[in-house]
Ligand binder design. Sequence first.
Ligand SMILES: [Zn+2]
Length: 323
Amino acid sequence: MIERKQANHGMIAAVDIGGTKIAVGMIDNHGSVLSHLESPTDPDRGYQNALDRVTGMLREAAGTAQCEIAGIGIGSTGPVDPLTGEFGNVNFFPSWQGENPVRDLENRLRVSVAMENDADAAALGEAVWGAGKNKRRLIYVTVGTGIGAGLVFDGELYRGVDQAHPEIGHHMVDSSGPPCGCGFHGCWESLAAGPAMVEWVRAHAPAEYPELSTLTAKRICQRARTGDALALQAVEHEVHYLGLGLANLITLFAPDAIVLGGSLMKSSDLFLPGIRNLIPRCCKYVPVEKTELALASLGEDANLIGAARVWHHRFAGKGNSRG
Ligand SMILES: [Zn+2]
């Protein structure tokens, strides 16, 4: 017992702030989740209310895991400023713009806190504790309601000018493609994220097609498995556009690995064979056969585990940044 208590004495707490829920947990030094709590994001109740709930959940998570909080890592839906800790104009909670959970949690819990965009957080987690382990040049791509990506090169998170997070989901794949939330047309996300599959089916389905108003990408995948012709075409369309974007990343970066996560990858068996077939035809001038295409291995808690890694990456020094 004493040994266990000592082992858990100081652990990193993780906070994953998403559009619909906020998850909090204690993560050990091997990336295992010791405790896990969730609350709806509920942005309309205001930032202070969310901060109070996060603080309460952090204390409860530490209590459940029988350890003290040694530091806090946050992964949040963006845009966020990783250096100041401020929220930018986030789609899901615009009224929180300018609020600073890093500063506020530091003041409340008296430990060091670091925050990154959630795709960057998950990329860091996969790079050290997941499918990207020992890959020098790693790109993590999450495909769900949007497409996000994080680049980890030589153990360091790639940042652009002014510490910007590159917006790979908004690289243009087809200029005649559908409108994107960013105001442009044919961004990768607008062609290959889950809602794009739904929109494609709606645009091509006869009026009597079942469940049109409540359709989801998950449902389309289920229908494809039963042999539904339109759903199978939607899968083919997804393979094409998801594959083109991945091929672009391989041509641009020639990475050791691309790790794929997000809700759509729960149906990865429908997409990966076609994507593996497409990619070599698009990437003639890089050693594409050496780029591994792998599925994320940290599962449902990838963002939460990655959030803990944000703290390690920022504060634990280079010697530890690759675990
Ligand atoms: Zn866009």
